[in-house]
Ligand binder design. Structure first.
Ligand SMILES: [Zn+2]
Length: 262
C-alpha cells in the first residue's frame, strides 16, 4: 500500500513538474514574441537618387539622412547588443523603395523607421521644421487621396498598373500596426522637441510610398526643410545630426518599453 502511495506521489510530483516546466516554456515564448529584437532603419534615397537638394549649400538629402541613420543604429547597438538592426544602406548606394520594405518584411523586422529631409514646393511659402508620417486606417480615404495626389507618378513607375491595388492591400495590412505607429510617431515628436533645435510641423496620418509595403509598425520622419536656411545648416552639421539621432534613440527606447510591456 505504502509503495503504491509512493509511486502515486511520484507520478503526481512529476506531473506537477512537467506542468510547471510547460508553463515556464509558454511564458518564455510569450515574452520572446513581444521582444523588439529586429528593427529596420531606412536612410532615404542614395546613389543616383540624391533626394532633395539644399538651396543654400547644395547639400543632398541622401548625405544628411545616412549619418543620422548610422548614428541612431550605433546608439541602439551599443545599448542593446541583442537587437538585430537592418540598414537599408550603410553607404551611398541606390536601392528601390519597394525593395526596402520587402527586405524589412522578409527579415521579420518589428519596427521600421525611414529618415528623410524635405523641401518646400516652388509655389509654397517658406516652411521649416520636422514632420512625421504614418498610415491611419480611420482616415484611410484621405490617406489614399493624399498618396495618389502626391506620389502617383513615382508609384506608377515602381508598381506599374497594380499601383492602386498594391496601395489598398498594403494599407489594410498596415491597419493592425497603426496604434503602435501612432505611439512611436508621437514619442518621436516629443523627443525631437526635447533634443533638437527644430520646430514640429506635426504628425501626419497619411499614406506614404516608403512605408507602404511594411508589415510592421512604421513611421517616416522628414527631419527638416532643406529649402530653409536654418534647417539646412542644422541638418548639414554634426551637432544637428547628433541631436536628431539622440532624439530618435530616446523615442526608440520609449517605444521598446511600451512594446515589450504589451
Ligand atoms: Zn526623401
Amino acid at each position: 500500500m505504502s509503495n503504491y502511495q509512493l509511486t502515486y506521489e511520484n507520478i503526481f510530483k512529476k506531473a506537477v513538474k512537467v506542468i510547471l516546466l510547460l508553463f515556464i516554456v509558454h511564458c518564455t515564448m510569450l515574452i520572446a514574441q513581444t521582444k523588439l529584437d529586429v528593427i529596420y532603419i531606412d536612410a532615404g534615397h542614395g546613389g543616383k537618387d540624391p533626394g532633395t537638394i539644399g538651396d543654400k549649400t547644395g547639400v543632398q538629402e541622401k548625405n544628411i539622412v545616412l549619418p543620422i541613420a548610422m548614428k541612431l543604429g550605433k546608439l541602439i547597438e551599443e545599448k542593446y547588443p541583442g537587437i538585430k538592426i537592418i540598414y537599408s544602406r550603410t553607404t551611398d548606394e541606390y536601392s528601390q523603395v519597394k525593395d526596402r520594405t520587402i527586405d524589412a518584411n522578409n527579415q521579420k523586422a518589428k519596427l521600421f523607421i525611414s529618415i528623410h529631409a524635405n523641401h518646400k514646393k516652388q509655389e509654397e511659402s517658406d516652411k521649416q521644421g520636422f514632420e512625421i508620417y504614418l498610415l491611419n486606417k480611420e482616415r484611410f480615404p484621405e490617406a489614399v487621396e493624399f498618396t495618389m495626389k502626391q506620389n502617383f507618378q513615382i508609384a506608377f513607375q515602381q508598381f506599374g498598373k497594380d499601383t492602386l491595388d498594391n496601395f489598398i492591400f498594403s494599407s489594410l495590412a498596415q491597419a493592425g500596426y497603426t496604434r503602435l505607429s501612432e505611439y512611436f510617431a508621437s514619442i518621436i515628436e516629443v523627443n525631437m522637441l526635447d533634443h533638437s533645435e527644430l520646430i514640429s510641423r506635426g504628425v501626419y496620418q497619411a499614406g506614404n510610398w516608403v512605408t507602404l509595403g511594411a508589415s510592421m509598425p512604421s513611421v517616416l520622419i522628414e527631419t527638416g526643410y532643406l529649402s530653409d536656411i536654418n534647417d539646412e545648416k542644422y541638418l548639414s552639421g554634426e551637432k544637428g545630426q547628433n541631436d536628431i539621432s539622440i532624439a530618435l534613440f530616446n523615442a526608440f527606447q520609449n517605444y521598446k518599453t511600451l512594446y515589450e510591456s504589451q
